[in-house]
Design a protein around this ligand. Structure first.
Ligand SMILES: *Cc1c(COP(=O)(O)O)cnc(C)c1O
Length: 390
């Protein structure tokens, strides 16, 4: 009975070309990886600055492990708060220019944990249609009413805000830099709408952290809105090359969350190594702006290369370069051909993206060389022809 359920579900996913499978690497993440015994160019990692393998970041993780062990032993509130956690929270608050910060086990946990502490039954959430699954799940857990506004469309959002009827509170949710489209939220307008309509604004800056803004502080710095957004979240798992997530804001905000956010209370603290690695990564982000410069140069190079070959990209402004295919089966076939030609870039299909918008989400990092990008572009061209996309 249960076996049947597993099998029929898997068969349906296969039929719809949206079945997922693991495709293990045999080396560390990086511009070049080992996959199925071959060396391939990786264009699918969110380690934008190459910090996951930065010697100083790795060393910080090793030292923290030697001093504090592998596991934290308990929830932060029980006996799990260790020096690497408190130093990381201080470093994050300083980096973001806030009074305080609170670290969570993962971005997913932060989103499903924080959103239900902001709003509950009787409230209204209005989220950008392209919000990450963890944000959507946080909304579901909150039990508030839920509406979506068209991606980046403030006029639509305003219509929904005007149409509100006697909700106790309203929460607007957006990503700063959208993970699957690579474009930015109209953050200044969102802040204004939130102020005008007396709504809270929740920004997930998972992808902006470390790469956006003049000094890498993120999307909020990019829009010059520091001080106007009372708190926001981001992750340690993308450009910071570690694992975990944070909320930055006022002391009250942090004290409130550590008292009420269930995925903070009822889960074991982040391993000390990950906290120490993230702190070291922040130091590197601040000290080595050339990594960001290299990332953006690579981004422009690959973007132009893809566009000149005739591919249709999303309106991206970031190192996330999604080539739109549409059909899930075609996107998978394209990814297979890319791999055959030495490029590892995953097809992103529903439900990660809306139906009919399957894509290859290329991501470039600071570590790719121009030679590697040229080789990758050659492979993309061949794969594009073989699958009838060019
Ligand atoms: C990756 C991601 C998350 C989840 O973060 P993890 O630390 O990987 O759990 C949340 N929100 C967005 C927008 C993301 O891209």
């Amino acid at each position: 009975m249960l076996t049947n359920h597993f099998r029929t579900t898997l068969q349906q996913l296969t039929d719809q070309s949206v079945r997922r499978s693991l495709s293990p690497l045999e080396s560390a993440t990086g511009p070049i990886v080992s996959h199925a015994g071959r060396t391939v160019i990786l264009l699918s990692s969110n380690d934008y600055l190459g910090l996951a393998t930065h010697p100083e970041v790795v060393q910080a993780a090793i030292e923290a492990t030697e001093r504090y062990g592998t596991g934290s032993g308990a929830s932060r509130l029980v006996s799990g708060t260790l020096p690497p956690h408190t130093s990381l929270e201080a470093a994050l608050a300083k980096f973001k220019g806030t009074d305080a910060s609170l670290v969570f086990g993962a971005g997913y946990l932060a989103n499903v944990g924080v959103i239900p502490t902001l709003i509950d039954r009787g409230g209204l959430i209005i989220a950008d249609r392209l919000c990450h699954a963890s944000l959507i799940d946080g909304c579901r857990l909150s039990r508030a009413d839920f509406r979506v506004f068209r991606h980046g469309d403030c006029a639509h959002l305003e219509t929904l805000l005007r149409r509100r009827v006697s909700y106790r509170s309203t929460l607007i949710i957006t990503e700063g830099l959208f993970s699957m489209d690579g474009d930015l939220a109209p953050l200044s307008d969102l802040v204004e709408l939130a102020e005008r309509y007396d709504a809270m604004l929740y920004v997930d800056d998972a992808h902006g952290t470390g790469i956006m803004g003049a000094t890498g502080r993120g999307t909020i710095e990019q829009f010059d809105l520091e001080g106007r957004i009372p708190f926001h979240m981001g992750t340690l798992s993308k450009a910071l090359g570690s694992y975990g997530a944070y909320v930055v804001g006022s002391n009250d905000c942090v004290q409130y969350l550590l008292n009420v956010a269930r995925p903070f209370i009822f889960t074991t603290a982040l391993p000390p190594a990950m906290a120490a690695a993230a702190s070291a990564a922040i130091t590197v982000v601040e000290r080595e702006p050339e990594r960001r410069a290299r990332l953006w140069a690579n981004r422009h190079y690959l973007f132009n290369g893809l566009r000149n070959q005739g591919f249709r990209l999303t309106p991206t402004v970031s190192p996330i370069l999604p080539v739109l295919i549409g059909d899930a089966a075609k996107a998978s076939a394209f990814a297979d051909r890319l791999l055959a030609h030495g490029v590892y870039a995953t097809a992103i299909r529903p439900p990660t993206v809306p139906d009919g918008t399957s894509r290859i989400r290329f991501t470039v990092t600071a570590q790719h060389t121009t030679n590697q990008l040229d080789e990758a572009l050659q492979a993309v061209k061949l794969a594009g022809r073989e699958t009838g996309l060019l």
